[in-house]
Design a protein around this ligand. Structure first.
Ligand SMILES: [Zn+2]
Length: 116
């Protein structure tokens, strides 16, 4: 590796002599930090001006999806337990009665059609 990459030069902002620095270094650490802050401020100002000239279009509001209406009334577990307690039977027996009440008659009952 060559030593020509490290040179002595002066800071472009304050004129401070920087010894044995990399050949691409143009500012001392203090001026480099200040230069970075200035560049960031200029960038923010430029972006702010761009946003004021060309504001981003607002996205269209999303339509609210309609909730599907359940075909059968939904009961919670607690509702079923309360109903079973009201009848004085266990939850299992209550659910069995409920299922039998909701069961549709088989269309093939009392016919010659084969059962499903
Ligand atoms: Zn400097």
């Amino acid at each position: 590796m060559s030593n020509t990459l490290y040179i002595t030069r002066t800071c472009v902002d304050c004129g401070k002599v920087m010894r044995n620095v990399y050949h691409t270094k143009v500012r001392c650490p203090e001026c480099g930090h200040q230069h970075h802050l200035d560049m960031c401020a200029a960038y923010r100002e430029r972006k702010r001006a761009e946003r004021m000239l060309h504001p981003a279009p607002k996205p269209a509001p999303k339509p609210i999806p309609k909730k599907p209406v359940p075909a059968v009334p939904v009961t919670t577990l607690a509702d079923d337990i309360r109903a079973a307690d009201k009848l004085g039977i266990s939850y299992g027996k209550y659910m069995l009665l409920k299922m039998q009440a909701n069961k549709k008659a088989c269309p093939c009952a009392n016919t010659d059609k084969p059962k499903r």
